[in-house]
Write a protein of this length. Sequence first.
Length: 141
Amino acid sequence: MAIEESEFTSDAWSSRMMAEEIRSVHTRYLVAEEDGVVLGYAGLLCPRGAHEADVQTIAVLASARRRGTGRRLLRELLEEAARRGAREVFLEVRADNPGAQTLYRSEGFEEIGVRPAYYQPDGVDAIVMRAPLPRASEETA
């Protein structure tokens, strides 16, 4: 919860919300660590056999950014979504987070909409993004 609270100060999830997410059979959470220190984590919502998945969160300590940690976590989530049968992945990103937006675009996400004042309590818009995933038959072709 320390990373959640330090990186998402105004809209951090509660420990109860996080615990419920992690326990769900429909989610997959990953942790990135180095020398026993947690650098970040990421979560995916994707029921097996569903055609859509949703990146729930990616958080990386400020001191660990720009080292590929977020990209590795995102790629692992996309691979997991494909294994579970998803054909596309969605996410929301704060409009005031250009670093994350750049990462997502570089991994194939495109902006498909805006959710006004989505993040509370500060009222920041969410940019909704989508990335297609290759189907299993396309990967082996």
